[in-house]
Design a protein around this ligand. Structure first.
Ligand code: MG
Length: 381
């Protein structure tokens, strides 16, 4: 089997999510937005798909490299793309590698008529989810006060979530960040939901050492489960300093570049207690599984960053915890259970007990609405 074409199809949809000046998602007025579908096409008629790829690097770098390749040579393709990043990182990001790698895994699953998590080596069919909120806002009835977070945590508990993670207030909100407000929100949530709900915090990512230590000590008093990315992740020494002083597990790195190499250095330095990575952070399923095995070898837990089909399939192939699936981002104004118009169903359905179930469909399990995509396509290359 050979790859004969690689296309990206850009189409429009109506979105209710807007991005603030710092790039954080919030609910907003309906407006037209775009999405893209990456399609890897073979001479045997089998195709693999992934949403969210930037067409330019796909067409300029990826397509010439993939034409003629065996799509089952995922490791070889990933290694070649990784080497090409050295002089082309501005265009060939880890997100591009991730989209290509996930489309290749999807293709393999569709060809073999098996879900990806079984190709990886299945461990389970369902994973506990935590409700992962959007960042704080200034919307009345949204996530604008500590009480608003408590209200929303209570709603999530009633929906079946056993765990809840706050993303608190960040710039460009004029008064943010504010460590005391973060702690106030965490306290309001704990007091509302009681002791039996697992709680985590993912606050502003550029606090000082002292601010991070203050928040971490307050979280320990509130019985929080983990503390995530309170400082710039390039400062490994700062994380070593913080982790030495806190009992609450520090989770990271999440956004720091460097794939499995960075995770290895954090483990060796003792910069965090629980490692972290998601398909979009590290360049796909292929490298994320390397990180899973790295963590297993060191006896270190690893929590997967972000939702989506790729992360869910990896979670269902992890022999070590990997305890939670990050479901979101959630907000009181948005209905997460409603599929986006390019899918017939969401990829991460959750039962009343708070477990997300992996799809048994072949590949990544995306039930794609091709008619919608065709009808709304504005560019195809
Ligand atoms: Mg995070």
């Amino acid at each position: 089997m050979k790859i004969v074409d690689v296309t990206t199809q850009v189409f429009t949809y109506t979105s209710k999510i807007v991005y603030d000046a710092d790039g954080h998602a919030h609910p907003g007025p309906e407006h037209e937005a775009t999405q893209s579908l990456l399609r890897i096409i073979t001479d045997e008629g089998v195709e693999g798909y992934c949403f969210g790829a930037d067409p330019e690097p796909i067409q300029r770098i990826v397509k010439p490299m993939l034409i003629g390749e065996d799509p089952f040579h995922r490791e070889r393709i990933w290694q070649r793309l990784k080497e090409r990043q050295r002089l082309h990182l501005g265009l060939l990001s880890d997100r591009v590698l991730a989209a290509v790698d996930m489309a290749l895994w999807d293709l393999a699953g569709r060809y073999l008529n098996q879900p990806v998590y079984k190709l990886l080596g299945a461990y389970r069919e369902k994973v506990k989810a935590y409700a992962s909120t959007m960042c704080g806002d200034e919307l009345e009835g949204g996530l604008n006060t500590p009480e608003a977070y408590a209200d929303f945590a209570e709603q999530c508990k009633e929906r079946g979530y056993k765990a809840f993670k706050l993303h608190t207030w960040m710039p460009p909100i004029p008064w943010a960040p504010d460590p005391k407000m973060d702690v106030a929100a965490c306290r309001a949530v704990r007091e509302r939901v009681g002791d039996d709900m697992v709680l985590m915090l993912d606050p502003y990512h550029y606090y000082s050492r002292e601010e991070a230590l203050y928040i971490g000590r307050e979280l320990e008093k509130l019985g929080f489960y983990w503390f995530e990315e309170p400082m710039d992740e390039h400062g490994i020494s700062s994380y070593v300093w913080l982790a030495e002083q806190l009992d609450i597990p520090i989770v990271g790195p999440e956004t720091a570049e460097g794939k499995m190499y960075t995770r290895a250095e954090w483990i060796v330095r003792g910069a965090s207690d629980i490692s972290r990575g998601g398909v979009w952070d590290v360049g796909g399923i292929t490298p994320l599984m390397k990180i899973v095995h790295l963590c297993e070898s060191f006896g270190v837990r690893m929590e997967v960053h972000g939702g989506g089909a790729g992360n869910l399939h990896v979670l269902c192939a992890m022999g070590i915890p990997g305890e939670y699936y990050e479901r979101g981002l959630l907000h009181p104004f948005l209905d997460y259970e409603e599929p986006p118009p390019w899918l017939h169903e969401i990829v991460d359905p959750m039962d009343d007990e708070g477990y997300v179930h992996v799809s048994q469909r072949p590949g990544l399990g995306l039930n794609i609405n091709f008619d919608y995509i065709e009808a709304h396509t504005i560019a195809k290359v």
